[in-house]
Write a protein that binds this ligand. Structure first.
Ligand SMILES: *Cc1c(COP(=O)(O)O)cnc(C)c1O
Length: 379
């Protein structure tokens, strides 16, 4: 069994004390998430910040993440599904929880009873919810140009002009911007103008349009309630000056074996021949851990802060790393190799791979064993 001290000496980020390290491990820094939330709040010139925790908090673990955000003062959360909403309500007393999917086939009454607020996305959902008793709290999602989900402008004008909203408590009017990676894009400005025109029809509702990028894109976007995901989790959703989000995850994989291979040996499924003698470390990390196809070609691993190239291709649960020049690092089985961490941030990997950083985050988070540091967690 690999104990904590031994594991730390071997370079693992933060293994729990009693577990052997035999699989890739994602360490989530809950204090960094709390600090990122504080940074978002500090950046807003007006209005409030809320946290988007859809899909298990971007793969990082719904309950630990919302608890740490709640400790940092966050009271409003956006989840994907009704079930996620129930978990958040249970984890955080007094939380206001919005369900991005809307009713998604459930009865409005279910939301009333669970004290969850659906983000209604169609005229039908609005009509159904208007029949609920007592008067129901809802958000309405307006499609101002994303063309994905939400009530279209003409339909909304019609509903607002009639009696369609009279028996609803419209707590929030929201819209989602298409050009999140380029906040200055013209399309975003047109969406904002249309959104402001539509939200004037329901003056009592809190408007909500900014996501992470827009928090850092200037005060024009700071209206009502910002809905922030990426920036909380260390993801730079746009390259803009002043964007603040410190790293949250580390991904380490333990070495399973180290072998000396002779010149002429074959390596991996492709059967590549090696021309010179090599030392090859096999690590417990494969495509089942969320590793994208191009990873082994375009990215590296780090052994005691020294770069090591991947060799061969990733298998389901293992990958090989060339450690020929790294004998002096004393590399040996059970030592941990850095895949994401101080030497290789998730945003750097995203750039190298041409893959959205959130996609990487979710893939790693949902596939690997997760551990936590900070936030009063142990291990
Ligand atoms: C995911 C999501 C967000 C959060 O966006 P980030 O860019 O991750 O901050 C906000 N609003 C909606 C509707 C979303 O689906």
């Amino acid at each position: 069994m690999l104990r904590l001290k031994e594991a730390q000496a071997a370079g693992c980020a933060h293994p729990p004390a009693e577990e052997p390290v035999a699989r890739a491990r994602l360490t989530v820094d809950l204090d960094a998430i709390a600090r990122n939330f504080a940074a978002v709040r500090g950046a807003l010139s007006q209005g409030a910040a809320s946290a988007v925790v859809k899909r298990d908090a971007y793969g990082l673990g719904l309950v630990p993440v919302v608890r740490s955000l709640a400790a940092a003062g966050c009271r409003v959360f956006w989840v994907e599904t009704f079930e996620e909403g129930l978990s958040v309500r249970q984890a955080v007393a007094g939380a206001r929880v919005f369900v991005l999917q809307g009713l998604a086939g459930r009865r409005p009454q279910d939301f009333v009873e669970a004290r969850l607020i659906p983000a209604l996305g169609t005229a039908e959902e609005i009509a159904l919810s208007a029949q609920a008793a007592p008067r129901m709290s809802v958000a309405i999602n307006l499609d101002t140009g994303l063309g994905r989900m939400g009530v279209l402008p003409d339909a909304f004008r019609e509903i607002a002009a009639g009696s369609g909203l009279k028996s609803l408590d419209v707590a929030v009017l929201m819209s989602h911007l298409a050009g999140f990676s380029e906040p200055d894009r013209d399309g975003n400005r047109s969406q904002l103008a249309l959104f402001q025109e539509l939200s004037a029809l329901v003056p009592d509702a809190l408007p909500s349009i900014a996501t992470s990028s827009f928090v850092y894109a200037g005060p024009r976007w700071h209206i009502g309630l910002a809905r922030v995901g990426s920036a909380l989790y260390g993801v730079h959703s746009a390259r803009i000056a002043g964007y603040r989000s410190e790293p949250v995850i580390a991904l380490d994989a333990p070495v399973l074996s180290v072998q000396g291979l002779r010149a002429g040996s074959r390596l991996g499924y492709r059967g590549d021949r090696i021309n010179e003698p090599r030392r090859i470390a096999t690590i417990a990390l494969g495509y089942a851990d969320g590793l994208p196809e191009a990873f082994t070609d375009r990215c590296s691993a780090f052994v005691n802060n020294r770069r090591a190239a991947f060799v061969g291709d990733a298998a389901m649960t293992t990958t090989c790393v060339d450690v020929t020049g790294l004998a002096d690092t004393g590399i040996r089985p059970r030592q941990c190799v850095e895949i994401v961490g101080p030497n290789q941030d998730i945003n750097v990997l995203s750039g190298a791979l041409g893959i959205n950083a959130n996609r990487l985050l979710v893939a790693f988070g949902l596939s690997t064993h997760r551990t936590y540091r900070g936030g009063g967690s142990h291990g």
